[in-house]
Design a protein around this ligand. Structure first.
Ligand SMILES: O=C(O)CCC(=O)C(=O)O
Ligand SMILES: [Fe+2]
Length: 397
C-alpha cells in the first residue's frame, strides 16, 4: 500500500493562514465532458483482475479523452485545501518589492517566478487578470527565490510537491506503463525527470484568475487561455469549483470539466503522446471565462506540471507490445508533427528545447494582434498556426 500524504503540521509556530473555502459551483446547466475516474488505490490491490480492469479503464480514458479524474491518490480534502489557502495567502501578501525582485522572464524559456496580471511576456502587456507564482528547481533550492510571505510555508509546499512527484505521479506512470505493456517502472525511470529538488524538471503553479470588472469583460473574446497542449509528461490540475477549464472533444466541441471536490484532473502532455506513438492523447484544453453565476468569484488554480528528462529526443517506444501490435496513430497532435520532421531526416527537438520553445511561442487571448500570428482554417475549424522549432502546431481558438 502506498503511504498517504503526511505533511508537516507545525501550524502553531507559523503565521495564521485564512482558510480557503471553495466557492459554490455554477448554477447553470453546463455541457460537461464525460471523464473516467481512476481510483489510484486500486493499483495496490492483491487481486490481479482488479488491476487489469483499472489498466483497461486507464487505456480508454487516455486514448479517448486524454483527461481523467484521479481519486484516492493519498491526499485528503483538508490537506488539499491547506495548499489552496497557502496559494491564496501568497497572492494576497506578496510585497511589491518581491513582485519586482522575483519577476518572471518567460522569454528565457521558463515560467519561473512571479507573473503579474499583464500578459505572458517579460515586459508588461495588456491587463489579463491572471497572477501566478511558478516554482521551479531554483525556487525549491533557495528561499531567496520565493516571496518572503511564504518562507514559513515552504516546508509544506515542498512536502506536497514531493508527494505528488515521487508518489502520486510514480504510481500514475506505473499504470500508464502497464497500458503500454511495458515494465512497471518504464515511464518513471526512463522518461520522467529526476533532480535534486522535489519538482525535478517540472514546475508547480499557484495561479489566481481575478474576476473581470464589467468594462474588462469583452477582453480576450471570452477566453482566459487559448486552446493548447501541455508539453511535459502528466499535468495534475486540482479540480476547482470556478468552472472555466474546457477540453476539446474529438467531435471538435469544447466541453467544461466538472468540479469534483478533492479529485486531481490529470491530462497527458506532449512527451507521453510522443512516447506512446499517439496511443495517449495530449488533449487540447483552454480556460474560458466563468459562467455568469461565477463571474464575480476569484479563481484559484493549483497545478503541478511534471517534466520529462530534458536531454531526451522523444520517439515512440518501439519495444511496447501495444505499439508493435497496433502501430502508431499518425492522425493527431504532436506525434504527427514530429513524424513529419523525422521522415524528412530533420532532428526532432529534445524535451528541454521543446518545452522552452513552447513557452516562448505560446499565444494568449490578450496578445497584441500582430503577435497572434497566422489564423488558418482546417476542415472548417479555425486555428492559430505556431511553428515551434520547425514543428507546426495548430492551436484551436
Ligand atoms: O487553470 C486551469 O484550469 C488550466 C490551466 C492550464 O491549462 C495551464 O496552465 O496549462
Ligand atoms: Fe494547460
Amino acid at each position: 500500500m502506498a503511504a498517504p500524504f503526511n505533511p508537516p503540521t507545525n501550524f502553531d509556530s507559523k503565521p495564521e493562514v485564512p482558510k480557503w473555502v471553495p466557492p459554490p459551483p455554477p448554477t447553470e446547466d453546463l455541457e460537461y465532458a464525460k471523464l473516467h475516474s481512476i481510483d489510484l488505490s486500486l493499483l495496490d490491490s492483491p487481486d490481479p483482475e482488479v488491476v487489469k480492469q483499472l489498466v483497461e479503464t486507464a487505456k480508454i480514458a487516455i486514448g479517448d479523452d486524454g483527461f481523467l479524474y484521479l481519486v484516492n491518490y493519498g491526499i485528503n480534502l483538508e490537506q488539499l485545501h491547506r495548499q489552496f489557502s497557502i496559494a491564496r495567502y501568497l497572492h494576497r501578501n506578496i510585497s511589491e518589492e518581491d513582485k519586482e525582485k522575483l519577476h518572471w522572464d518567460p522569454q528565457g524559456g521558463l515560467y519561473a517566478g512571479y507573473k503579474p496580471p499583464f500578459g505572458w511576456r517579460t515586459i508588461k502587456g495588456k491587463y489579463d487578470g491572471i497572477s501566478q507564482f511558478n516554482f521551479y528547481e531554483e525556487e525549491y533550492k533557495s528561499l531567496d527565490k520565493v516571496p518572503e510571505c511564504i518562507h514559513p510555508f515552504m516546508d509544506e509546499i515542498s512536502a506536497f510537491t514531493e508527494y505528488l512527484t515521487r508518489s502520486v505521479n510514480k504510481r500514475l506512470l506505473t499504470l500508464l506503463s502497464k497500458v503500454l505493456e511495458m515494465p512497471d517502472d518504464f515511464l518513471y525511470e526512463n522518461i520522467e525527470s529526476k533532480g535534486p529538488t522535489p519538482i525535478n524538471e517540472g514546475y508547480l503553479r499557484h495561479a489566481l484568475f481575478h474576476p473581470f470588472k464589467n468594462e474588462e469583460k469583452g477582453m480576450g473574446e471570452g477566453l482566459r487561455m487559448f486552446g493548447h497542449t501541455d508539453f511535459g509528461t502528466t499535468t495534475m490540475l486540482f479540480s476547482v469549483p470556478v468552472t472555466c477549464l474546457q477540453l476539446w472533444g474529438r467531435d471538435g466541441i469544447w466541453r467544461y470539466v466538472k468540479y469534483a471536490p478533492g479529485a486531481l484532473v490529470i491530462n497527458i502532455g506532449d512527451t507521453l503522446e510522443l512516447i506512446s506513438g499517439g496511443h495517449f492523447r495530449a488533449t487540447r484544453h483552454r480556460v474560458h471565462n466563468p459562467p455568469p453565476s461565477q463571474e464575480t468569484f476569484e479563481r484559484l488554480s493549483v497545478v503541478l506540471f511534471n517534466g520529462s528528462k530534458g536531454d531526451l529526443r522523444m520517439q515512440p517506444c518501439w519495444d511496447s507490445p501495444l505499439i508493435k501490435r497496433e502501430g502508431c496513430f499518425e492522425s493527431q497532435g504532436a506525434y504527427k508533427e514530429f513524424k513529419v520532421l523525422q521522415d524528412k531526416g530533420i532532428p526532432i527537438p529534445t524535451n528541454k528545447e521543446w518545452r522552452e520553445i513552447s513557452i516562448i511561442n505560446t499565444r494568449h487571448p490578450t496578445d497584441e494582434p500582430e503577435k497572434l500570428l497566422k489564423e488558418v482554417t482546417v476542415d472548417g475549424v479555425k486555428y492559430i498556426e505556431v511553428i515551434n522549432q520547425g514543428v507546426r502546431v495548430l492551436q484551436p481558438l
